[in-house]
Design a protein around this ligand. Structure first.
Ligand SMILES: NC(=O)C1=CN([C@@H]2O[C@H](COP(=O)(O)OP(=O)(O)OC[C@H]3O[C@@H](n4cnc5c(N)ncnc54)[C@H](O)[C@@H]3O)[C@@H](O)[C@H]2O)C=CC1
Ligand SMILES: O=C(CO)COP(=O)(O)O
Length: 338
């Protein structure tokens, strides 16, 4: 089956490593893509040298990816729009894009995070700021380290939308021999899983930086999955989602890979860098777990969900808890059934 509604011209708003990689996936899937970049230097590098030298160096972008700094032009004639700016700037950007978004087209949400202050998930920010039907929003989330995908290494992902047909249309639009999307309907689960795993990856990076072993990593992944699932359930998510690609899949990839910016940041904290220095060492690329440990902790408090790993990461990032004491904090939690 190849539905008539498969988008052909797609605007990707945000030319960081994930927006650029997803633009390549779409072009490799046969779509016409316009990638909106904030900065002319990024658009120029893509136009003139077919490479995003700042965010995805060494990757040749196909001719199907055009780059533009004018979002009105990028959105003109688009029959799907992917949003690829970091979570905490999505509100501001949606406010600017809102009036130029084509009516009725699917909006593909790529950011992983929960908004500070409001506790809103990214699809909620998009729907509220854009005054649009949540059923138009398709959340893409899974084990999707950009650099691997850009190199054509196979992976799978989940496309979550309450409107199944819309998810199927996007599934057909972005499927390639190396990128295999599955559809689900649990938007809440996909978003909470994708947000929570960055915090757990930070904890795994800290553990790794302290020279602890795979038992520690496996314990963090398993208990991390448990606490993120509990939060998801409290918010109405389907527990099975957390065993899927946007749950366990993404958690394992991010917690295990040296390519993960969140895990790398955790390592740097364990090696003695302060938060600002550790962020600066990341070259300006976003590590969402730093903000998400705050917004997820706030949500957990609001819904009375116990999240000791998230709490420990929050204390390291914002309350000067030494990384070694983070492990003690977790090991000293009251004993409980699994
Ligand atoms: N890189 C990856 O492997 C993956 C990233 N993601 C998620 O995608 C989102 C974007 O991440 P990346 O592209 O990796 O980040 P990045 O750090 O590589 O790039 C961020 C992009 O956003 C732009 N940006 C920063 N602040 C902005 C603002 N205030 N307004 C507009 N644009 C702004 C930057 O210029 C840059 O183009 C994040 O939520 C991340 O968690 C999801 C899956 C995979
Ligand atoms: O979301 C990601 C992989 O699925 C990317 O993780 P990092 O932001 O930690 O690199």
């Amino acid at each position: 089956m190849f539905p008539d509604s498969v988008p052909q011209r797609i605007a990707v708003l945000g030319a960081g490593s994930w927006g650029t990689t997803f633009a390549k996936v779409l072009a490799d899937a046969g779509r016409d893509v316009v990638l909106w970049a904030r900065r002319e230097s990024v658009a120029e590098s893509i136009r003139d040298r077919r490479e995003n030298e700042q965010y995805l160096p060494g990757v040749l972008l196909p001719a199907g990816v055009e780059a533009d700094t004018d979002f009105d032009r990028a959105l003109d004639g688009a029959d799907a729009v992917a949003l690829a700016v970091p979570s905490q700037s999505l509100r501001e950007n949606m406010g600017v894009f809102r009036d130029s978004l084509p009516p009725d087209v699917p909006l593909i949400s790529l950011a992983k995070g929960v908004e500070i202050g409001t506790g809103l998930r990214m699809s909620e920010v998009i729907a509220r700021v854009g005054h649009l039907d949540p059923a138009r929003i398709v959340v893409l989330s899974g084990p999707n380290l950009a650099v691997e995908i850009a190199a054509g290494r196979p992976t799978a992902t989940a496309l979550a939308c309450t409107d199944h047909d819309r998810a199927v249309a996007v599934q057909h639009a972005c499927a390639t021999p190396y990128f295999r999307p599955f559809t689900i309907t649990d938007v809440v689960g996909a978003e909470i899983a994708g947000t929570g795993k960055n915090v757990i990856a930070l904890a795994c990076g800290i553990s790794d930086g302290l020279g602890l072993g795979l038992n520690t990593t496996a314990s963090l992944i398993t208990r991390g999955l448990h606490e993120v699932t509990r939060l998801g359930e409290a918010l109405g998510a389907v527990p099975a989602t957390f065993a899927g690609l946007s749950g366990l899949g993404d958690l394992v990839a991010t917690c295990s890979s040296p390519l993960s910016r969140n895990r790398t940041l955790g390592r740097r904290l364990a090696e003695g860098l302060g938060l600002d220095a550790a962020l600066a060492a990341g070259g300006g690329q976003v590590a969402e777990g730093v903000v998400s440990c705050r917004s997820v902790r706030d949500l957990a408090h609001r819904h009375r969900v116990d999240m000791p790993i998230t709490e420990a990461v929050y204390r390291v990032c914002y309350q000067h808890l030494p990384p070694t004491a983070m492990i003690d904090f977790m090991m000293d939690q009251p004993h409980s059934p699994e």
